[in-house]
Design a protein around this ligand. Structure first.
Ligand code: MG
Length: 408
């Protein structure tokens, strides 16, 4: 265990009930009321104000149940373009406070505070409070801040004084702090892990931090040991200024209502494939394994896989793989959702050419793919698209100005 207060100082900043908070920012007259934001299809609750929570509303609750629990609530269809703009504004404000910022999700970030006490001439808790105040004044939403010696402890601390609070956990206070935290509240310890720990009598996060390294290694492997070190005040997960490239790319969605039409399944999967390829290009990646994701009305789920001989980002090769896997789909089923998952990704620079591939052909395909992406970037993301997508609902293919924050 460490014995100094601030060997490092990391802040975790997390917007409170973000989507609902964004709605309050533009409609202040809704403050103090039970406000709920609905998902894209308007069928379940994505975010809720504390007043809605008090009325018994939970995240992901179906709209039908929510209306029974809170008939006088205000139900708003999610406006994700607006939330994206506010998210960018939030991150740019945070970036003004510290140049070392890791954008962790649409409404969460980690910030390195080390060295800022001297710059701003105030202690870390005051910096955290000032950040909260500034976001409230300039954007109109509340955030909570946790400050500790590493990312895991800062994230756990941040949950303690929500909404609109600051929680400080300096090095010397870690043990006392962790004694009050149930082991299941540590990020990365899911329900099954907590159940295992409960069997061994480990209930608090402090008990986990005091468990021997050998046992942690045996139960949870190397990643468990990294987390265990963080609970002991060491740093296993440094702040990553540039987020690492994704390990897989998934694009999926549910149909408006379950159905049996294969052309629509094919069209929707193609639409998702085109979006996944955009992401491949954006991250300069190649894919080795493709999977067609399918879910039946009964929630039975399938992942039909195709492995490429060599890693690729070629649209035509990927479309061929999709058509091949579509043919292997179980027949006479009612489908609820579909999409694609690209995995085994590798960087596209220095791509190894297969001995039997014609380099000129690859170059031409690459130019063609790039031209399609450029046109869509300039004139709207579905300007050039596969004919298979003609069979899907128009709402997916109406051209809108594109915001390229890859968080939604
Ligand atoms: Mg949040």
């Amino acid at each position: 265990m460490i014995i100094t207060d601030w060997p490092n100082a990391v802040a975790h900043i997390d917007a409170d009930y973000f989507f609902a908070n964004c709605e309050l920012a533009r409609k202040p007259e809704l403050r103090g009321k039970p406000v709920m934001v609905l998902g894209k299809l308007g069928s379940c609750i994505l975010a809720k104000t504390p007043e809605a929570k008090q009325a018994g509303i939970t995240t992901a609750m179906p709209l039908w149940d929510a209306k029974k629990a809170c008939p006088k609530g205000i139900y708003i269809h999610g406006d994700f373009r607006y939330y994206t703009i506010l998210s960018r504004y939030l991150m740019s404000l945070l970036g003004e406070w510290s140049p070392v910022l890791e954008i962790y999700s649409v409404d969460e970030a980690f910030m390195d505070l080390k060295g800022l006490r001297g710059l701003y001439r105030m202690p870390y808790n005051r910096i955290a409070d000032r950040i909260r105040e500034e976001i409230k004044n300039r954007i109109g939403i509340t955030v909570s801040v946790g400050v500790s010696v590493n990312k895991t402890l800062a994230k756990v601390a941040c949950e303690l004084n929500k909404p609109d609070g600051t929680t400080m956990v300096p090095g010397r206070a870690i043990s006392d702090f962790l004694s009050t935290i149930p082991v299941g509240d540590i990020p990365g310890i899911g329900r099954s892990r907590s159940e295992l720990l409960f069997k061994y009598g480990i209930k608090s996060a402090q008990q986990l931090a005091e468990t021997s390294q050998n046992l942690i290694q045996r139960w949870f492997g190397k990643t468990g040991v990294l987390l265990w070190r963080e609970l002991r005040g060491e740093t296993s997960f440094p702040i990553q200024k540039d987020s690492p490239p994704p390990k897989s790319i998934a694009r999926t969605s549910s149909f408006d209502k379950p159905h049996t039409n294969l052309q629509v399944v094919h069209g929707m999967a193609t639409y998702h494939l085109e979006r996944a390829i955009e992401a491949l290009y954006r991250h300069h990646l190649l894919v080795k394994e493709f999977a067609l994701y399918l879910r039946e009305k009964s929630f039975m789920t399938y992942g039909l896989k195709h492995r490429f001989e060599s890693p690729t980002n070629d649209f035509y090769e990927l479309v061929k793989a999709l058509s091949k896997t579509i043919k292997n789909m179980p027949s006479n089923r009612i489908w609820r959702s579909t999409g694609v998952i690209l995995s085994h990704l590798s960087p596209s620079c220095g791509q190894q050419l297969n001995l039997f591939e014609d380099p000129k052909k690859i170059e031409c395909q690459d130019e063609l793919n790039q031209a399609k992406l450029d046109l869509n970037k300039r004139f709207g993301r579905t300007t050039v698209r596969s004919g298979a997508t003609l069979f899907i609902s128009k709402k997916y293919t109406i051209n809108k100005e594109r915001l390229d924050l890859p968080l939604f």
